[in-house]
Design a protein around this ligand. Structure first.
Ligand code: FAD
Length: 467
């Protein structure tokens, strides 16, 4: 089989499939290749979607156990049906991956199942899932091959007891004791799921803080809250190895600063120490493509690897997030179609889907200090928000940072129930170059959690109406 396309996309995750849809809408003849046998990439199959399905189910289970009584709801006979929780997760995944396949058809994108390899500029070979070899000729190649979990030396992943995200969303039973290596977003979300379902969870982290990348004040408060929820933290610890003995696992660690080795025992270990770009066997070198020492594909600011070759999503620089990959994909489709396409990585929001959620966009206080930018801040606690009080959801706060001279919003950092939705009002404000006063003067409905955002903005102006 030989075909000629305007665009051939290698990788069917959020970067690849959004690029394909936009290419189809722009009238470009497009093919998308994925080796997984199903579209949706990491996000839909083993990342964002299954983890959120489990976070939602486990959050309701924990609420029924811990919070319903305080609302006057009496429960008896509460039980976990883990098989059903896993099966509703699988239903959510299947529904969405089938939806993506439908969107390919709707936008006249050819979906080729198999492993894609760049032979030369304009030529992609596919080792088809059906055993057939195909050659796709194309004016443009878009690399959207995503990322895979990183690991540490002396750790053998078996996806049964020593697991990455893939095994962690499919454990067959609730482990009595669980160790999570890595206190980043993925580790905290997956650790929270299993803690809510009954596991005793210890999070081991090399750094002396959780959530590197988050604002320090938020990270500190989040650690306090997660500790109260039952997560134990062992910070400043270097993991030196993991050993599986039958149905048990042992973790060996020593203080990052040096010192005595210690052994922790558990029934399972989740390794969540970050992700690395996936470019194995891709043939990047055939088109003059290069990776840096972390394996990130080097591109121009506008996604170009070389003439007619582009790269997007987790395999290039910028935050490893699905919505960033999606935006990269749409921007590249527009560039290929001769339009303007650009993504501002400073305005990509981050959300941690724990309870309460944590969300931020723009600069942290530490980043502003390091850059020598003078700023003002406004902060408002949910404890003083009427909706939070009625809902018994008073943990956390909203903090807004604005330029000391111009009042332009430079960053926002939030912890509280639903802040993963609330962050977007600040994203829009920042996209339009708003001042904190613009948010402070915008009428917000009462009683809503979002009033805390307005109050934090009013705080920047010195007008907060604290209770
Ligand atoms: P991927 O989704 O990794 O897709 C790449 C695809 O390319 C894969 O399907 C792979 O099979 C295919 N591929 C690779 N090489 C080839 C080849 N040579 N030939 C054919 N196919 C190939 N992000 C968020 O924004 N929000 C979240 O809540 C969130 N939660 C997450 C939770 C977990 C547990 C994990 C692991 C990740 C999470 N992420 C989240 C990150 C998100 O999943 C990624 O940022 C996103 O999937 C990146 O999209 P992508 O298209 O660049 O790559």
């Amino acid at each position: 089989m030989s075909d000629t396309y305007d665009v051939v996309i290698i990788g069917g995750g959020p970067g690849g499939y959004n690029c394909a849809i936009r290419c189809g809408q722009l009238g470009l003849k497009t093919a998308i290749i994925d080796k997984r046998g199903v579209l949706g990439g990491t996000c839909l199959n083993v990342g964002c979607i299954p983890s959120k399905a489990l976070l939602h189910g486990s959050e309701l289970f924990a609420a029924a156990k811990n919070d319903f009584a305080g609302l006057g709801i009496k429960m008896s006979g509460l039980e976990l049906d883990l098989d059903q929780m896993m099966s509703q997760k699988t239903d959510a995944v299947n529904g969405l991956t089938q939806g993506v396949e439908f969107l390919m058809k709707k936008n006249k994108v050819d979906y080729v199942k198999g492993f894609g390899r760049i032979k030369e500029t304009g030529v992609v070979e596919v080792d088809g899932e059906d055993g057939e070899q195909k050659t796709l000729n194309t004016k443009n190649i878009v690399i959207a091959t995503g990322s895979v979990p990183s690991s540490l030396p002396n750790i053998e992943i078996d996806e049964e007891r020593v697991v990455t995200n893939e095994g962690a969303i499919a454990l067959k039973e609730v482990p009595e004791k669980l160790i999570v290596i890595g206190a980043g977003i993925i580790g905290l979300e997956l650790g929270s799921v299993w803690s809510r379902l009954g596991a005793s969870v210890t999070v081991v982290e090399y750094l002396d803080r959780i959530m590197p990348g988050a604002d320090d004040e938020i990270a500190k408060e989040a650690q306090r809250v997660f500790k109260k929820q039952g997560l134990e933290f062992r910070l400043g610890q270097k993991v030196t190895g993991v050993e599986r003995v039958d149905d048990q696992v042992k973790l060996f660690m020593e203080p990052a600063a040096g010192g005595e080795q210690e052994t922790l025992e558990a029934n399972a270990i989740i390794v969540a120490v970050g992700r690395r770009p996936y470019t194995e066997g891709l043939g990047l070198e055939a088109v003059g493509g290069k990776t840096d020492k972390r394996g990130i594909i080097e591109t121009t600011d506008h996604f170009k690897v070389s003439d007619g070759v582009w790269a997007i999503g987790d395999c290039i620089h910028g935050p490893m997030l699905a919505h960033k990959a999606e935006d990269d994909g749409a921007a590249v489709a527009e560039l290929i179609a001769g339009k303007a396409g650009h993504v501002d990585y400073d305005l990509v929001p981050s959300v941690v889907y724990t309870n309460p959620e944590i969300a931020w966009v723009g600069k942290t206080e530490a980043q502003l200090k390091e850059a020598g930018i003078e700023y003002k801040k406004g902060k408002f606690p949910f404890q003083a928000n009427s909706r939070a009080r009625t809902n018994h959801e008073t943990t956390g706060f909203v903090k807004i940072l604005a330029d000391a001279k111009t009042d332009r919003i430079l960053g926002a950092h939030m912890m509280g129930v639903g802040v993963g939705e609330m962050i977007h009002e600040i994203c829009i404000a920042m996209e339009f170059g708003a001042a904190s006063e613009d948010v402070a003067r915008t009428c917000h409905a009462h009683p809503t959690m979002s009033e805390a955002v307005r109050q934090a903005a009013m705080g920047v102006e010195g007008w907060t109406m604290q209770m």
